[in-house]
Design a protein around this ligand. Structure first.
Ligand SMILES: [Zn+2]
Length: 234
């Protein structure tokens, strides 16, 4: 397909280690990130309420095309499952192009209906619609993704840390999905919780799954929403 190496599109689950120079770069990145967060906090007070649903960029906006619905495996959402890209995602990468390439590769090389995930979150924490949520996803591993709402975060979290914008976006999206499809927080997990054949979503993102961070944050968001709804009632 020319512009993007096939290998860079799907490495979900492939293990790799960071070199010393990567560790140094990571340290420098973290220092910069800390400065950025310190600067960003000047505007913390005017942030919208935490319970606000995320804006989701529609498929048409990134140049994607709808899947062939006649080939789709329809499902009802019972689980929310987190993935990572499993490959380095450089700052400045054209996300729309990445998504178009991923869609073409998924269909033409893998023979799948569409991008295997329903949502993709970029480096800035923007959320993009991918596969139609009504259609079951696809996987290179042995679990059956039917019933799972699949979220991919770009990057390789065996090598880098997720940034706060990405973590916030994951929480916001999970909360929206949990609320919409009535998924209990205990069914929020990640790829490796359902498959023995992968380290996806990568050690540095999995830490937030394992610690209960996502479940707790989602539960708090849902509680805040129901409190607001109750508060609004006469
Ligand atoms: Zn995965």
């Amino acid at each position: 397909m020319g512009m993007v190496k096939r290998a860079s599109l799907w490495k979900d689950g492939v293990f790799s280690t960071a070199s010393p120079s990567m560790t140094l770069r990571r340290h420098a990145k973290r220092t910069l990130a800390a400065v950025a967060i310190a600067l960003a906090c000047a505007s913390c007070a005017v942030k919208p309420p935490a319970a606000t649903a995320p804006t989701i960029v529609p498929v048409a906006a990134w140049g994607g095309t709808p899947a062939d619905a006649s080939r789709a495996r329809r499902h009802s959402i019972t689980h929310i499952t987190l993935h990572h890209q499993g490959e380095t995602f450089k700052p400045g990468t054209d996300v729309h192009q990445y998504l178009r390439n991923l869609q073409t590769w998924s269909r033409n090389t893998k023979g799948w209906l569409d991008i295997p995930y329903h949502y993709v979150i970029d480096l800035e924490g923007r959320t993009y619609a991918a596969r139609d949520i009504a259609f079951a996803g696809d996987t290179n591993t042995e679990y059956d993704p039917k019933g799972h709402a699949l979220i991919e975060v770009v990057g390789n979290f065996e090598e880098v840390e997720p940034n706060q914008a990405q973590l916030d976006a994951v929480v916001a999206l999970m909360a929206t999905l949990a609320s919409k499809y009535d998924v209990p927080v205990k069914r929020i997990a990640s790829h490796r919780d359902h498959s023995d054949k992968t380290v996806c979503p990568g050690a540095n993102l999995y830490r937030y799954v394992q610690s209960g961070y996502f479940r707790e944050q989602v539960a708090a968001k849902l509680a805040a929403r129901s409190t607001r709804l109750t508060g609004a009632a006469p």
